[in-house]
Ligand binder design. Structure first.
Ligand SMILES: Cc1cc2nc3c(=O)[nH]c(=O)nc-3n(C[C@H](O)[C@H](O)[C@H](O)COP(=O)(O)OP(=O)(O)OC[C@H]3O[C@@H](n4cnc5c(N)ncnc54)[C@H](O)[C@@H]3O)c2cc1C
Length: 405
């Protein structure tokens, strides 16, 4: 077990300052433009790939070469400090990669994860498709079906996925579908939909409140046929799991979607910390400059104390993120620490960005200044990868040992 330390090591400090520079010089200046365009910022993803920040190698290094678990949250915080919409365009593929890494065999990971990223000359995206129009928080109620066709050794998928980051524009779609509706969450499995597979199409593209540079759309699956090898984990493992579930035995395995979301919660919480820090720093600097009643507004306790609270909430959130990230790499969560960090950091981002608008007054409310965008971007942190209430549900069950509804 690696010792938990708040002191980042030399490699992490270097990485942090390298990513910060990229965020400051590339993401921050481009944030407003891509928010207005509401389009995937392909040139910036390409730039990130060129410098080695977007790709399988980076993710592998950040995840596997780091026993402390802190490298990824540190990187993500800096990127999202730069801009959240563009940050998500760069990190969205990571969710698909995590879905593959969590459920796939080593061979499947090696085959499909690189295809979620492409390379610097031809960048690609990945999408992780769980949510449906009638099943968001309640992932056990997915209606998308996967039926095995023994004659051709193929799986046939039908259904509609909702709210999918990179949905329809991704090279690789990882789809969680039900193979046995009666078993609910225990009857689900994850499938790779390879590039250009017939029957997969993009439905509506959502017009969003925030993170507008990140593409979010429906994914429609109509008689999508994929080879048997596209079932993550393989058929033998699935059959054994289903047999146990039908026998009402506990399999010890998590629902595929839940397992992925749990592992990515500290990463999502780090996004929230990055947005909150951006808003806090911007409003702090503004408060030192802006004069009212003959002095900088920060000279009023009402403003200075707000900033003091903002700084404290951000630090508290980051500490929870680092604890969860460290635990995830060192023995696992014991008390829903992943959910705790996501709950706290999401709320912090929403609250801090709202306070930042308050500090800027009228200037905080207009698009000329970035804090209104930070606030719009922040709200998603209370919603995706498990809403505030779902995190509370997970935490309350963990602390009580009871099945709180
Ligand atoms: C921009 C964006 C990107 C997304 N990206 C992806 C993606 O890449 N892949 C993917 O699969 N999904 C993605 N999602 C979907 C996201 O995870 C869901 O929106 C989220 O899980 C909530 O589901 P829902 O919208 O159906 O809300 P619902 O589940 O309908 O919830 C509505 C409200 O009811 C509350 N609620 C529900 N159940 C309970 C309960 N048991 N107890 C108390 N309160 C409850 C919720 O907290 C919420 O406040 C994305 C969503 C957005 C908006």
């Amino acid at each position: 077990m690696t010792e938990f330390s708040l002191q980042l090591n030399e490699d992490q400090l270097q990485l942090q300052s390298w990513v910060h520079e990229f965020a400051e010089t590339v993401l921050r200046p481009a944030g407003e433009e891509w928010d207005e365009r509401e389009e995937t910022p392909w040139p910036i993803i390409q730039e990130a790939a060129k410098i080695g920040l977007y790709g399988m190698d980076f993710m592998a290094q950040a995840l596997m070469g780091d026993p402390t678990g802190l490298t990824l949250p540190v990187t993500i915080e800096e990127l999202f400090w730069g801009d959240a919409g563009i940050g998500l365009s760069i990190f969205g593929s990571g969710l698909a990669a995590a879905g593959i890494a969590g459920a796939g065999t080593p061979e499947q990971v090696m085959e499909w994860v690189p295809q979620c990223y492409g390379d610097a000359d031809d960048v690609k995206l990945g999408a992780f498709c769980v949510s449906e129009p009638d099943a968001g928080s309640d992932v056990s109620s997915l209606r998308t079906r996967a039926v095995y066709d023994q004659a051709s050794d193929e799986w046939v998928l039908n259904g509609t996925k909702a709210w999918i980051t990179n949905g329809g524009i991704a090279n690789i779609h990882v789809v969680v579908a039900s193979v046995d509706l009666e078993l609910k969450g225990r009857g689900q499995a994850s499938f790779i939909i390879p590039p250009n597979t017939k029957g997969l199409s993009q439905g509506q593209k959502y017009k969003k409140h925030g993170i507008r540079a990140s593409h979010t759309a429906e994914v429609v699956l109509e008689d999508v046929r994929v080879p048997g090898a596209c079932l993550l984990g393989g058929k033998d493992k699935l059959d054994a799991r289903l047999a146990k579930a039908r026998d009402h035995q506990r399999t010890g395995e998590k629902q595929p979607a839940m397992a992925t979301f749990e592992s990515t919660r500290p990463a999502v919480a780090a996004m929230a910390v990055g947005i909150a820090r951006a808003a806090y720093e911007y409003s702090r600097d503004y408060a030192k400059e802006r004069q009212a009643f003959g002095k900088p507004i920060i000279m009023n306790q009402a403003i200075a104390f707000m900033l003091a609270d903002m700084a404290t909430e951000i630090d508290a959130s980051r500490l929870l993120v680092w604890r969860a990230a460290w635990l995830a790499n060192n023995g696992g969560y014991t008390n829903a620490e992943g959910s705790m960090c996501k709950l706290k950091a999401g709320r912090t981002a929403t609250w801090v960005t709202e306070r930042a608008i308050q500090i800027l007054g009228g200037y905080g409310y207009v698009r000329e200044y970035p804090v209104e965008r930070f606030h719009r971007d922040a709200k998603i942190m209370d919603i995706f990868e498990g809403t505030e209430q779902i995190q509370q549900l997970v935490i309350s069950r963990a602390i009580s040992g009871m099945r709180i509804e």
